[in-house]
Ligand binder design. Sequence first.
Ligand code: NAP
Length: 247
Amino acid sequence: MKFKGNVALITGASRGIGAEIAYSLSLKGITILINYSKSEESAVEIAQRIRREGGNCDIVKFDVSNYDEVESAVKDIANKYKKIDYLVNNAGVTKDNLILRMTKDEISEVLDINLKGAINCCKHVSRYMVKNKFGVIVNISSVVGLMGNAGQVNYAASKAGLIGLTKSLARELGSRNIRVNAVAPGYIETEMTEKLNVLQRKALMSNLVIKRLGKPEDVANVVEFLLSEEASYITGEVINISGGLYI
Ligand code: NAP
């Protein structure tokens, strides 16, 4: 896979899946823009890890849900690097609750970060991709966006929305040599899923075809493929990475 010299913006790359995507892409010679909104220490740690291995990266702080912050950060990146080849919309949060108990803030925070955040980034980054006549976008959705999950209406709606975004943008930007795809991970071992107790883990295992939780590397490998030239005829797709949780 030929990536050397390309530039990737990865949102929410300070921890978990985003950090793993950042690290693995940096090993391929891609310059990584590590975005975070709060976890500065973790963002610095992943940047140090990348640099120790000889990779190139920069840290860019912005809140994906803030339209103006995204616009100005993306402008700065494009001015410095002259292009943004890849965008991985990974930043995401959960605020789980049953709908009867779900608060106004739990609804808006999840939709604003997970869905509007990705739209904000696509909106501002695609301008530079169109200019450069090249780009690949990968949105990190979830199997929950395909199958639903009680207690997660806000999260499932945001992740299903990302699939609509992916398919529409793929149609809109295909003629400009820009591909847009999504991945739908199942349960991946990160801070987001650390909250599961032993009983919940056991119940989950019984529904998995491959009897282990996913690792961030399982997602990073597929993202790397979707960004590569080897995937140049794939756009508007959603790839399920769930160990058979949803088939
Ligand atoms: P995580 O460990 O909680 O990490 C979330 C990342 O998102 C952090 O880097 C966080 O950085 C960033 N973030 C949160 N709000 C942000 C904002 N407003 N602006 C910019 N960055 C923000 O989560 P994860 O498990 O790696 O999940 C990553 C993505 O995969 C999410 O979209 C999630 O929905 C999706 N996913 C995860 C699983 C799973 O099982 N783990 C399954 C399916 C899909 P800060 O702390 O700096 O804000």
